[in-house]
Design a protein around this ligand. Structure first.
Ligand SMILES: Cc1cc2nc3c(=O)[nH]c(=O)nc-3n(C[C@H](O)[C@H](O)[C@H](O)COP(=O)(O)OP(=O)(O)OC[C@H]3O[C@@H](n4cnc5c(N)ncnc54)[C@H](O)[C@@H]3O)c2cc1C
Length: 505
């Protein structure tokens, strides 16, 4: 059953076995796992319930509908980084690119050593990855769905001898509409909205949308209930009603920014809450070709280059809507118009880099998360090298000009100019950086002094309070994270089910 905020016109008190806050990558997954395991589940989602009928190609309409802060949340630092996250049923999985990779072994090894997560071996995680991949239909893309841009990218990588992989994506018969980030218009992308959420509802879970959980009520060091405020999405105003969910177990899965604030609101004093924030800083470049490419025809991202992954650099192409791409071009007025006339001749490629520095998420005076993160010399060098590598790839593919994400060096016109990227001593605050992957703010670990949850995702400070979102992931991964988040959420769900007598008895 789905109840939307607009229809709530009184205070409500619900009772259930498990209250899950957030319906995205982590929340949707664990809600289905628990409901299918026979538990009575209530899901609270701050965003609205939208389906493919509501999705559109108009970013001005669809992005504010599906994303927090209209897709432009800010992480403060040098440079300020734009962060995008979903705020709707299905969370960020509704607007994500659909790439699916398991946690790399070297990352798991780091977690075993650094965080004492000795159980997180590829062998022990195998059944969780398999289950997730089956549930969200992770599969290679059919060749017919790849566009010309993707093929150029692949040919250039082959010419350079770089290791390139076809992407594994959560999709069924995807025909390559290329607009995953506005919500899949054909329901071919198997987001949480159309996989785990229907599974949970089918087993009796009750989903409340347009309700923002504020805090967990705690008694005798044990979670008792969740208090939420009701929103009227049409007017955008808070309604004067409260939803209280009395639950035997509470799972917070609001994402790496929102969950720490809920923990702070609940009076949890653990020093690790909101700290150890990691992300994958991204840069993008734009190549201009003589011939038209129509790079927006074809799947969002058919391939990834993993040749430099040991250096913490992943390269890929991606479809960016013209309206969004123009915002980042340095040209104005007539120059901007002339550039956009070349739209069909462009190819956009980007890189995500592994980070080593950390930031922090605090609670602002107005009650919302405020994140700080300063790019350090390691990320700076990686972003510069990634931009140079992407430029080499573009020129090898036949580009005549390449636009760069640097305020002081905006364009290069040939491979001989790539060395300018290294020589220009670009500083972090001259870079245009964004991210869509956040981690670590409720990290799991074996040492209560260094983590927020134990290795099963249960709070060290409050019993029967679990966390199952990207915040528990202790570090950046170097690859796209949704499979890691879903596998860990599945594992936490199974742990609760296997210990029913302790948690629900
Ligand atoms: C544009 C974009 C592209 C991406 N591409 C990929 C990709 O190709 N592959 C990949 O692996 N990953 C990708 N990601 C990242 C991936 O989608 C996320 O890492 C993952 O969905 C995070 O899961 P989560 O559960 O932590 O948070 P989310 O999926 O963001 O879900 C959190 C949910 O909780 C809700 N919520 C928050 N606070 C509250 C509250 N107080 N009360 C009630 N509800 C609340 C939010 O509204 C949201 O719906 C992408 C992300 C974006 C934004």
């Amino acid at each position: 059953m789905i109840t939307i905020g607009e229809d709530i016109n009184r205070n409500i008190v619900e009772t259930c076995d498990v209250c899950v806050v957030g319906s995205g990558g982590g929340g949707g997954t664990i809600a289905a796992e628990l409901a299918e395991g026979g538990l009575d589940v209530v899901i609270l989602e701050e965003g609205g319930y939208y389906t493919s009928k509501d999705f559109s190609l108009d970013p001005g309409r669809v992005v504010p509908l599906l994303c927090r802060d209209s897709g432009a949340s800010a992480i403060l630092g040098k440079p300020n980084i734009i962060f995008q996250e979903g705020r709707c049923v299905g969370g960020s999985t509704v607007v994500n690119g659909g790439m699916c990779w398991r946690t790399p072994e070297k990352v798991l090894q780091r977690w075993r050593w650094d965080m004492g997560l000795t159980d997180l071996t590829p062998e022990k995680l195998e059944p969780f990855f398999e289950k997730v991949e089956e549930r969200i239909n992770v599969a290679p893309q059919s060749p017919e769905s790849l566009g010309k841009g993707d093929m150029l990218f692949r040919q250039a990588a082959d010419k350079l001898g770089w290791l390139i992989h076809p992407n594994r994506r959560n999709q069924k018969d995807c025909t390559g509409e290329g607009i995953c980030v506005f919500g899949c218009p054909t329901d071919k992308k198997q987001s949480v909205l159309i996989t785990y959420i229907p599974r949970a509802l089918n087993k009796g879970a009750r989903l409340y949308t347009d309700v923002k959980a504020i805090k967990v009520k705690i008694k005798n060091r044990s979670a008792q209930a969740v208090e939420a405020r009701v929103l009227d999405r049409r007017s955008g105003k808070k309604k004067p009603y409260k939803l209280t969910v009395q639950a035997r177990v509470v799972v917070l899965a609001g994402g790496a920014f929102q969950t720490p604030v809920m923990l702070m609101n609940s009076g949890i004093k653990n020093n690790n809450v909101g700290r150890h924030f990691h992300c994958h800083p991204n840069v993008k470049i734009v190549g201009i070709f003589d011939d038209p490419i129509y790079y927006w025809k074809g799947v969002h991202q058919g391939h990834q280059i993993h040749h430099f992954i040991d250096e913490g650099i992943l390269l890929a192409i991606g479809v960016v809507h013209p309206g969004l791409a123009t915002m980042s071009f340095p040209q104005y007025g007539r120059n901007s118009l002339e550039l956009m006339e070349l739209w069909n001749h462009m190819l956009i490629a980007g890189s995500l880099v592994d980070d080593t520095t950390t930031g922090v998420v605090k609670r602002a005076l107005w009650g919302e998360p405020l994140a700080y993160y300063y790019i350090d010399h390691v990320e700076r060098e990686r972003l510069i090298r990634a931009t140079a590598l992407l430029s080499e790839l573009m020129f090898t593919a036949g580009a005549k000009r390449v636009f760069l994400p640097f305020a002081r060096l905006t364009e290069i016109k040939g491979p001989d100019e790539i060395k300018k990227i290294y020589d220009s001593n670009i500083q972090p605050d001259e870079m245009e950086v964004l991210t869509v992957h956040a981690f670590g703010t409720s990290r799991m670990g074996a040492n209560p002094k260094r983590s927020v949850t134990n290795p099963w995702g249960e709070s060290w400070d409050v019993e029967k309070l679990f966390i199952a979102d990207s915040g528990v992931v202790p570090s950046s991964l170097g690859v796209n994270p949704q499979e890691t988040i879903m596998a860990l959420a599945t594992r936490t769900g199974q742990y609760i089910l296997e210990n029913k007598s302790k948690y629900l008895g």
